[in-house]
Design a protein around this ligand. Sequence first.
Ligand SMILES: NCCC[C@H](NC(=O)CCC(=O)O)C(=O)O
Length: 446
Amino acid sequence: MSQHAVEANFDGLVGPTHNYAGLSWGNVASKSNVHAVSNPKEAALQGLAKMKRLADRGYVQGVLPPHERPHLPTLRSLGFTGSDAEVLGKAASEAPAVLAAVSSASAMWTANAATVSPSADTSDHRVHFTPANLSAKFHRSIEHQVTGRALKAIFTDEGYFAHHPALPSVSHFGDEGAANHTRLCGGYGDPGVELFVYGQAAFNDQAPAPRTYPARQTLEASEAIARLHGLKDAHCVFAQQNPNAIDAGVFHNDVIAVGNGNTLFYHEMAFLEEERVLADIRSRLTGAELQPVRVSSADVPIEDAVASYLFNSQLLNAPDGMLLAVPGECREVASVSRYLDALVAEDGPITAVEVFDVKQSMRNGGGPACLRLRVVLSDDELQALNRGVILTDDLYERLTTWVEAHYRDQLSQQDLADPMLLEEVRKALDELTGILGVGSIYDFQL
Ligand SMILES: NCCC[C@H](NC(=O)CCC(=O)O)C(=O)O
């Protein structure tokens, strides 16, 4: 079955508590910027500017709302009692690291929000969503419930959209969502090949695994998602990440590879069994021939790929080829900048490079690709979703004004205990659900 479809990108709107808490062991940027003072207002405006530029180019751009942080229900579940102010005060003095974790704006990285399978691939021909349990990091493991509510509020029509709960929240089924999932296809509406990349097989002690940093995604989680989404063998390939890449700071596959259409742009250290992976994709891809764009360590050492986030770029169809939307840091690392100039000069599928400033997010290890969740939608599915979250000029203006009104321009770890911050966040988010027309999705609204 083939029909006309587009790729919509749903970016996470950066939340008002964006801060640098050093929560992600294995994510080099998160650890190196620990306790730096953040600028939530600038972070949100950088994200909105990226969305606007892409929307102006004609890409379908959606917005996913931030989560309520600090998350008081989690603090209460951990035994902190009293009024909201008392709960915050006790957490700040007795367990500041826990307070930081429940205050993270990490839901902004919507590439980790869920795994999405387009209707052209699934057995019941609906779009399937599974929010990621993000069980590898406590601060991210508390995201999936609200993420699920937001996705259900946007993709409401059960005739088109199927929603699954997150997988069991334990390391055996650690799931990081679309950051470890790339779809290759001819046209977006054609049946595609979904490439699931995992860090470790959880039920096999003998399997290769990283030594220094954790593997967040398991094979068993990827297989469960494929089953839940009704993907036949002809539509999936499972690939293990190179453990040495994880140990070099590649905590998600989208730090070392990105695919779009028939093109897979990746570093030679990305996959443990590169040849097998390419062959498996080739044997399943119909209506198009796979175009691998392989970057060698000689051209770009893995450390430079991690420092610049070259592969955490958005690879987008453009009128005369493909556009690579890269973070500004790519022009600050000499090998990467040189590589990009050579890439567009050669006669390959990637024809243009554009730089986006998302520095506030980058300092926590999130580039342009981390900030968006891709949802391939047929024309009917696009019409069926809740249009209030699609970025128009008007919505951009309203969201920019909303950020200007409610966000602070600096936030330190001490500020997280401020009861005023919680009040500001709730007021802002209550207004936001009205702007986006998603109804009540936050615990404080229920
Ligand atoms: N896809 C990009 C995800 C980045 C995210 N960083 C963080 O959560 C850092 C938060 C902090 O350290 O304050 C992570 O590692 O999962």
